[in-house]
Design a protein around this ligand. Structure first.
Ligand SMILES: Nc1ncnc2c1ncn2[C@@H]1O[C@H](COP(=O)(O)OP(=O)(O)OP(=O)(O)O)[C@@H](O)[C@H]1O
Ligand SMILES: [Mg+2]
Length: 253
């Protein structure tokens, strides 16, 4: 963990409802230190994806404060859009270009990066996510796992301050899982701040600096992996009995 790091993100009393009766997020508060790795978990329908969409500004929360980098950006959707790179749970919704290469360039063009910088970053992410041989392929024709890797590449290439990934391991085979997880850990080492939403708690817990458990729209448990581990089964998250935090990884050490 990076305990003395300032907070990059701080969320206070966030409430989000779809209607008078349908409250999705209830009084959600947490903070994310600069350079940390946060694992957000919880049962299906607990509000994880909606929370990420609220952070990014794709959903309009009714109440709450979002502070990014020391600035209140609750009403500054543009700043949140720029600072937060979100890899969606559904990779299909994220693809815009005619080819893999154009798709990856799209975000960089919007950022106004010069061609030289674009080319450099493009080659890096194509290598990193093992997409070099698909660079001229149409995104719609990619396999499920390739689409997922493209969605990650498209966000990574923009080098967001806060990288948020919603179930990035879905559809990936073991090799790709290891490569994506290792990439995330490498990015963290380089100073990036990461929020990961994953049901694969048994394979990711050991890498988290902090864990947040969401259930029915509330944060019901939070803390270090060691603190949160004994509470998980109370919230419908079952792990191999007696497993120590260090065992809960995809990466063999
Ligand atoms: N536009 C919408 N209209 C109606 N209900 C919605 C809408 N968006 C989200 N919900 C509901 O909000 C709740 C939280 O959804 P969300 O997608 O955040 O769950 P999740 O924790 O990401 O689940 P999963 O693990 O299955 O991805 C669900 O009950 C979902 O049906
Ligand atoms: Mg979800």
């Amino acid at each position: 963990m990076t305990p003395n790091q300032p907070e990059l993100l701080s969320v206070t009393a966030l409430n989000f409802s779809l209607s008078k009766e349908k409250h999705i997020l209830k009084d959600v508060s947490f903070s994310v230190p600069q350079g940390s790795f946060t694992l957000l978990c919880g049962p299906n329908g607990s509000g994880k994806s909606v929370l990420l969409r609220c952070l990014k500004g794709l959903e309009q929360m009714q109440e709450g404060t979002i502070v990014l980098d020391g600035k209140d950006v609750s009403k500054d959707r543009k700043k949140r859009m720029q600072t937060i790179g979100l890899v969606f749970q559904d990779a299909d919704t994220q693809m815009v270009g005619q080819t893999v290469e154009k798709d990856i360039r799209f975000g960089m063009e919007n950022l106004g990066l010069d061609l030289e910088e674009q080319n450099l970053r493009l080659e890096q992410v194509l290598q990193l996510l093992d997409l070099a041989s698909q660079r001229s392929q149409r995104p719609r024709t990619l396999s499920g796992g390739e689409k997922r890797r493209l969605a990650i590449a498209g966000v990574l290439v923009m080098d967001p301050k806060l990288l948020v990934l919603d179930e990035p391991f879905a559809n990936l085979d073991y090799r790709s899982v290891v490569s994506v997880l290792s990439t995330l850990l490498k990015l963290q080492k380089e100073g990036h701040t990461i929020i990961l939403v994953s049901h694969e708690v048994d394979k990711t817990l050991s890498h988290a600096d902090q864990v947040l458990v969401l259930e029915a729209g509330r944060i019901v448990s939070s803390g270090s992996p060691r603190e949160v581990l004994p509470t998980l089964s109370l919230h419908g998250i079952y792990l191999p009995e007696g497993a120590a935090v260090e065992d809960l990884t995809w990466l063999k050490r």
